[in-house]
Write a protein that binds this ligand. Structure first.
Ligand SMILES: Cc1cc2nc3c(=O)[nH]c(=O)nc-3n(C[C@H](O)[C@H](O)[C@H](O)COP(=O)(O)O)c2cc1C
Length: 182
């Protein structure tokens, strides 16, 4: 007999720092419930309505997705526990901008994506934010032969479904060339 659970067990997922401009200042929060879809052209995540970051996403219709590495664990913990309402999180990182100009990205994170919010779904008390990926950026030291190599990124992996701890990415177990086209 299988043990039954009420909650989601699709896990683990890399934690990300979602960035937006709120009141002319970059603000970042930790998002764990996030996924690429539409063959990676879009990103979907869950945002609680009372998050301070939500103000900027609604106003500018842009946001960034930044993948922190393990060495940013302390800063990640701050972004996931303090609200921009009470604490200026822009000072934690160096910010850069890409094409969109209003999607602040974190220079210290090895991977960044700038996104245009294309749809916001009401799932009270949360929202589902859908964004089109406009451009992605990766640190050159995370590449092997010009391709992104996740073994060099050292992402922080988050387990949902009752565990709620952070993990490291394990070893690569396939040698296949990744094929993602439809
Ligand atoms: C591991 C982890 C995952 C989280 N995932 C989400 C999430 O998916 N959606 C969300 O709205 N908040 C999530 N949070 C909570 C926010 O990051 C946190 O409340 C943050 O302080 C909000 O910042 P803000 O008010 O400046 O936007 C998560 C926090 C942690 C630590």
């Amino acid at each position: 007999m299988k043990q039954e659970f009420k909650e989601n067990l699709l896990s683990p997922l890399p934690v990300v720092l979602v960035g937006a401009m709120v009141k002319d200042r970059p603000n970042y929060l930790v998002i764990g419930y996030i996924s690429p879809f539409n063959f990676g052209k879009h990103i979907f995540f869950s945002l609680y309505k009372k998050r301070y970051t939500r103000i900027g996403i609604h106003e500018k219709k842009t946001f960034s997705v930044n993948v922190p590495s393990e060495d940013l664990l302390a800063e990640t913990n701050i972004c996931g526990s303090k609200s921009g309402r009470d604490f200026d999180k822009s000072s934690l990182f160096d910010t850069f901008y890409g094409e969109l100009k209003t999607a602040p990205m974190i220079r210290q994170c090895p991977i960044n994506m700038e996104c245009e919010a294309t749809e916001i779904l009401d799932y009270d008390p949360n929202e589902g934010i859908i964004g089109r990926v406009v451009k992605s950026y990766a640190d050159p030291q995370c590449l092997t032969d010009g391709k992104l190599d996740w073994r060099k990124v050292h992402p922080i992996i988050w387990a949902t479904g009752g565990d709620f701890n952070y993990y490291r990415l394990g070893e690569r177990i396939s040698q296949e060339e990744g094929k993602t086209e439809s």
